[in-house]
Design a protein. Structure first.
Ligand code: AMP
Length: 396
């Protein structure tokens, strides 16, 4: 089957057309600056990359232009749109309503809309993408794959905050967790790679990208994860603060004369590795900065790794053990120094890293030594392929 995978942001749309049998993407790309001016990037697997500076006033025009590009007689990858068998949408927040992927119908759209409050920037964009596809490809089945669904197996002791219970009852304030498609895909790969017994397995997934989260996956199910009601909680990230003392918000608001939304902007966009280093949110530049003796770059990397190691340690306690710790996403897949530094805190588990294997980038590889009691691995995540597979499983 050929599955179009769509990931809509508020002003962007990422897409891939995937052949589900081979798992290969026939084309990948993105639309940027939707509603501002517009830019469509188009990268066929067997052809040259093209950039179109088309006007993209809204998501419907963006989807329409993507469809026109992939079926273009000169540079397209399919002869006609009839070749698209299904569409898989990444939807950010499924609240407590969705604990798995679902085929989209009017009722599902209404239920996604009801979760808008929980992800006001993302869910409305996802719905716009769904509606655009419905208009342009009527009759083609569409599936919603939720970022939060995999973590719906968490027990209440893991998802409840120490707040008045009525906030949960009235507003559904609780931990949801994100990156679920990645945590699910990567934890399943680990179980396969290490031939673990799924029903007797304890895996910790470190999804370390610009956004970063860690999950505890016991017997194939998420039992805890570091992001919360929103993706701001947990690890120190590229530009997000992660966990802080909540009282800091009032303290800084008074000192700097900032509103709540201005404070939220600082915590989401100006904090984390970027805020601490004063340099960059990108670990390639942090690593370069450290080589040049930049002390705040060193501090940023140390805080990032220390926090990640503490979360891993807490999940060993949550599961009363661990078989494997796996690294994925931009930093987790590529930055051996970060992996080594995080693992250096975990020697008490009997985890030892093989430096030669750890030098590998972007490949599935076991990076622990053969005698290591706990295994450490790198598994590149592939959220689009996971969305494609979920879609095929539902529409077949
Ligand atoms: P993601 O959000 O998963 O796309 O990850 C993006 C982040 O991965 C970037 O901001 C970088 O910090 C990091 N990254 C990507 N490539 C490398 C690399 N070769 N070495 C270190 N960090 C990298």
């Amino acid at each position: 089957m050929k599955v179009l995978v769509i990931n809509c942001g508020s002003s962007s749309l990422k897409y891939q057309l995937i052949d589900s049998e081979s798992g290969e993407a026939l084309v990948t790309g993105l639309c940027e600056r939707i509603g501002i001016d517009g830019r469509l990037v188009y990268k066929p697997a067997n052809g040259e990359k093209r950039i179109f500076e088309d006007k993209l006033p809204d998501h419907q025009v963006a989807v329409s232009n993507v469809l026109a590009a992939i079926s273009n007689p000169e540079y397209g990858v399919i002869g006609s749109l009839d070749e698209i068998d299904a569409v898989g949408h990444r939807v950010v927040h499924g609240g407590e309503t969705f604990n798995r992927s679902v085929i989209i119908n009017d009722e599902v759209i209404k239920a996604i809309e009801e979760c808008n409050d929980l992800a006001p920037l993302h869910n409305p964009a996802n719905i716009i993408g769904i509606n655009a596809c419905t208009k342009l490809m009527p009759g083609v089945p569409q599936v919603a794959v939720f970022d939060t669904a995999f973590h719906q197996t968490m027990p209440d002791k893991a998802y409840m905050y120490g707040l008045p219970y009525e906030y949960y009852e009235k507003y559904k304030v609780r931990r949801y967790g994100f990156h679920g498609t990645s945590h699910s895909y990567v934890s399943k790969r680990v179980i396969d790679i290490l031939s673990l017994d799924k029903n007797n397995s304890k895996v910790i997934v470190c999804h370390l990208g610009n956004g970063a989260s860690i999950s505890a996956v016991m017997n194939g199910k998420s039992v805890d994860t570091s992001m919360g009601l929103t993706p701001l909680e947990g690890l120190v990230m590229g530009t997000r603060s992660g966990d802080i003392d909540p009282a800091i918000m009032e303290f800084i608001a008074k000192k700097e004369n900032l509103s709540i939304s201005e404070i939220m902007n600082v915590l989401n966009k100006k904090s984390g590795v970027q805020g601490m280093s004063g340099l960059t949110s990108d670990f390639r530049d942090i690593d370069e900065g450290i080589k040049k003796g930049n002390n705040r770059a060193r501090l940023a990397r140390e805080v990032f790794c220390y926090k990640a190691a503490k979360v891993v340690g807490s999940y060993v306690a949550a599961m009363n053990g661990v078989d494997a710790i796996v690294f994925t996403a931009g930093i987790g897949e590529n930055d051996g120094v970060v992996r080594k530094e995080i693992c250096s805190y975990l020697g008490f588990l009997g985890l030892t890293v093989d430096d030669e294997k750890n030098a590998v980038r972007g490949e599935e590889v076991v990076i622990s030594t053969p005698d290591s009691k706990v295994k450490a691995l790198v598994v590149p995540t592939n959220e689009e392929l996971a969305i494609c597979r979920e879609t095929v499983a539902l529409v077949k």
